[in-house]
Each structure stands twice: as C-alpha cells, then as structure tokens.
Design a protein around this ligand. Sequence first.
Ligand code: 1PR
Length: 607
Amino acid sequence: MEAVAYVSFTSFATKSLPFSSLSQSSVINLHQNCHKNTLKSKSPRKLVVCASSGSSSVVTLLDYGAGNVRSVRNAIRYLGFEIEDVRTPEDILNADRLIFPGVGAFASAMDVLTKTGMAEALCTYIKNDRPFLGICLGLQLLFESSDENGPVNGLGLIPGVVGRFNSSNGFRVPHIGWNALQVAKDSEILDDVGDHHVYFVHSYRAMPSDDNKEWVSSTCNYGDDFVASIRRGNVHAVQFHPEKSGDVGLSVLRRFLNPKSQGTKKSTQGKASKLAKRVIACLDVRANDKGDLVVTKGDQYDVREHTKENEVRNLGKPVELAGQYYKDGADEVSFLNITGFRDFPLGDLPMLQVLRHTSENVFVPLTVGGGIRDFTDANGRYYSSLEVASEYFRSGADKISIGSDAVYAAEEYIKTKVKTGKSSLEQISKVYGNQAVVVSIDPRRVYVKDPNDVQFKTIRVTKPGPNGEEYAWYQCTVNGGREGRPIGAYELAKVVEELGAGEILLNCIDCDGQGKGFDIDLIKLISDAVSIPVIASSGAGAVEHFSEVFMKTNASAALAAGIFHRKEVPIQSVKEHLLKEGIELNQTMEAGLLEVRMERATTKISY
Ligand code: 1PR
C-alpha cells in the first residue's frame, strides 16, 4: 500500500515504524506466535502483565495511526475518561483497560502490530483476560486470518476466517448503516442495546461457527449471520461502531469503561430486526461575503438571495445545526463545502474546525465533501487528494465525498479503459477502504424525444418534458452544477463503483430546494444499476416524500437540507411517519438511554 505514506501517525508508529515502510510480505505467521509464545516472549522486552489497580479513569488506546479514531477519542472523553496512548508494547501490558479501534486494511494493521511487537503484547494481554474492547477491525484481527487482500494471518485468538460479504444475493456491499443484533449470550456491555440498531460500516466479516461459539456474544444478519460481537471474560470486541451509534453506542462504551457503576439492565423497547433506512441531514457550507462560514441552501444550486444585495443565503451556524440534528435523531450528518471546487480545502481552516468541534458532540457518522482533488498552492507546494482527505479524516470525518474529481476520473476511465490507481477516488478508497468514500453526483435532467438521440442511458420519464418528450437522460455536472459534462449519471455511477466508491450521494439539480419530492425516476435508475448503497437527495418537502422514495426505489438513505434548516419538517416527524408506514428505522432517542448524557454531566466516575 504505497500511498499509505500520506497517512499521519498519531502514536507509536510516528516515531518508530512508519506504516508505509512495512510490506505485506513481512507479515509473519503471527497466530502461531500467539499460540506458542505469548507468555514466554521471544521479544527482548519482558512481557509481564501488570495487575490492574482497578481504580483509574484512564483508558489506554491503541491507535496505530491508520485512520480516524478521533470519534473514539471524543466518545471516551465525553464519558469522562482520560486517554493514554500506547507507545510501546509495555503500555499494552500495563493497561488497566485497553480499547483497540482497528481502522484501515487488515494486512496493513497486522504489519504494524507485528513489526512493533504490539501483536505479541496484545495476545498476552488478552490471554490474561485483561479488560479489552476491540472495535471493527479490532474485532476482525482477533481471528485466524482474513481474505482482505489475502489470505493474511491475524492474531489467531479466535477460530475463524474473516471473509467478504457476498453481494451476489442482492445485498449491497459495503454493509453501511444501522442494523439489529441477535444477542447470543450475556455480554454486559450490550445490556442497553436490546432491540435497538447499532451502526456498522464494513465489507468483511467473521462468521459464527461451532469452533468459535464460546466467543460469540451477538450476531447480525446481512445476507447471512455474521459475528457482531464477542465476549469471553473481560475480553470484548464489536464489529459495529459504538462511537457512531448515538446514545445506544455510548452506553456500550460506558458499560465497558465503568462496569461497576452500571446498575440494572435497562429494559429497552426498540424494534430492530434488520438494516434500517437512514435519514440524513445535509449542511451545504460556504463563506458568505463577510467571510463567515455559514450553512446555506440553494434553489437548483443558486444559494444567493434574490435581493439588491444578492447575499449568500444564511441559514445558521454549521456546528450548532449539526449538534441540533444529532439531538433530533439524524442517522448521519453531511457537510458539503460547496465552494471547495475553487478554494483549496486545506486553506479552509474554519471547515476543518467545524469538523473538529462537531465530532466532539455528535456521535453518528459525519461525511464531508468539497474540493477533494490534487492541488498545487500559490507557493508551488503540491498536495495530493489523499492528503486533503487525510486531513478531513483526522479532523473527524468518517467518510469523504468526492464530486467533480470523480467525474473527471470516470470520463478518463471510460476513454482509456485503464485503472491508473491515481485518481482521488482510487487512492483514497485503497488507503481508507471503499466504505469511507462517497461519490456525490450532481446531475441535471435532459429531455429527449428519442432514446437513440443520445449515447447515454435514457429512461422513460413519469412526467413528460416541456415539449412532450417522453425520455430523459441525466447529465453529470462539475463545479457545483456550473458545467455540464459528456457523461450520464448512470454511466458515472457504474464506473465509480468499479473505481472504488463505497456509496453514492445522488443529488438532482432540477429538484434541489423545490420541496416537490425526490426524482424517483433518477433514484430508481441509479439504485438499480449499482450494488453499493445510494443516498437519495434533493427535493424533500414533506414526510410523504421520504416514504415514497423508500417504497418506490432501492435507496438506502434519504437526505434533506432545506426543510430541516427552515424547521418546516423536523427529523422526528419524518421518522414517526416512516415508522407508521412500516419502514424500519433506527430509533435511538428514547428516554432511558438519554441518561447516558445526563450521567456524564452529573456523575463523578469512579471504579
Ligand atoms: O465538486 O468535489 O468540490 O464537491 C462539491 C460538493 O458541493 C458536491 O457534493 C456538490 O453536490 C455540492 N455543491 C456544490 N455547489 C452546490 C450548490 O448548491 N450551489 N450543493 C452544492 C449541493 C445538494 C445537496 C442538497 C440537497 C438537498 N447541494 O446536497 O443538500 O439537494 O437539498 P433540499 O433538501 O433542500 O432539496 P466537489
């Protein structure tokens, strides 16, 4: 993974072994080491596990620097704990309580852990039944091996192979969103989850079997049953992201961090049974004419007031609004830096600050887009798109969204049929995984009389065009809708999936800000064409528009902006309506679970 050199290393990897210097071939048969040599270490360092004082509010965090663990840090701090970073294997062995939020690819992670001696320390720590919580890849690495760019050996503590989801049975991969758990045995940390959804984002998973059943504490169904969490003694790991699962997720972390102050199991009344449809709040952000960063909203992408001053429409402050939407029950929040195509985002420090501050209090996924491309500044300094994305991830983004640059990459690929690996889309998805890369499409409807008039995929439209045209194609645009390109939304969607996009944000310039409903023709066309999740966007004006899009298309999520900003329709009303219509949703905001937040404000945490 040569491009990983751009990733920053926040902890031990910074000074000792850069991630980039570790080749996959150096991954040794580590699980054998774990089995044979855990306690009698071959390492020059003596691996001795210290007894826990059991009275610390300090949590040790194993962050090997491959991605965004800012959210995990924020969630731990939010719950009143301090963080100590692992810098040496001894730090693992001396931990009272260790959290391992694995990020990035399996092979790269094993490479770093092995080279730094952390793998051996982890095995020793876990075998000694010390308090451990692995998250996502932090669960997968405990298994024997993974098929991700492999097979690659894992820590070998749990029998089983981590494999890729099968998309041939109609399930979209990556598995992104809020799904239900089937709890197999008492896990303590899952006590408040009950029938609520938790947030998953991954393409690989471990499967339950007779060999690992003594470990598996819950499963989740997505095409087949996979391991959602494991528990043995004090050792826990979860495939979902508690730090992104709202109040339910915070309660999972809290139960791990502070097991003695938990009180009784709460009776929770959710109704989760499968992957939920998501409701996303979107904030289009840009500097106004005074230079303040504001949330704005256009009508068909025109964000200026039609007054004499012609000022940028100002609908509020980004951090405040994002916090409000989290409280209101948004399943995700997206920021689009809508002038990113002309300004250099790394020069846009306020946008990075917005992400940093938002991620301190918002515990659902954050996506950020705008201006992700290679860039040379006025001093001739070159920044790769990967550097730009890395800065967004470090500042708190879980996913980045690429607009214009993905259009250019797709055009090039259609022309040459060669995957260069150099486009922003390919580079970022290779390093951070395709689940972290959204492609935002800004199409405009073009009516035609005869489908043979154009080389692009046309559809028979539900409502004929102004001159009675029965067909239309959807032309992609760049630079915030300012320039039409010779590629259709259908062609673009198929190509970006091939190039590594994990999700599509499907806007529609004709419908944007109109409040007349989503473009069902377009959303059906694209969501049937790809096997990655599609977010329907543009045009929501009433709660019925959300049920319509979920009932008539295969969209995985629906996004809205104007109606939320103008407080015309609250998120809760959208969710209540969808539930009444029998559409499965994540409902995390129930009274009992809000105690997580209140306790944080009132309780001094002690062991
Ligand atoms: O091209 O990689 O720099 O990305 C720029 C990003 O900024 C793209 O994702 C593009 O969609 C977005 N963008 C650029 N200009 C505008 C604009 O409005 N002038 N916003 C813009 C696009 C569309 C939606 C909007 C929905 C829902 N906004 O995200 O929020 O249409 O609105 P509604 O519910 O009010 O109808 P790059």
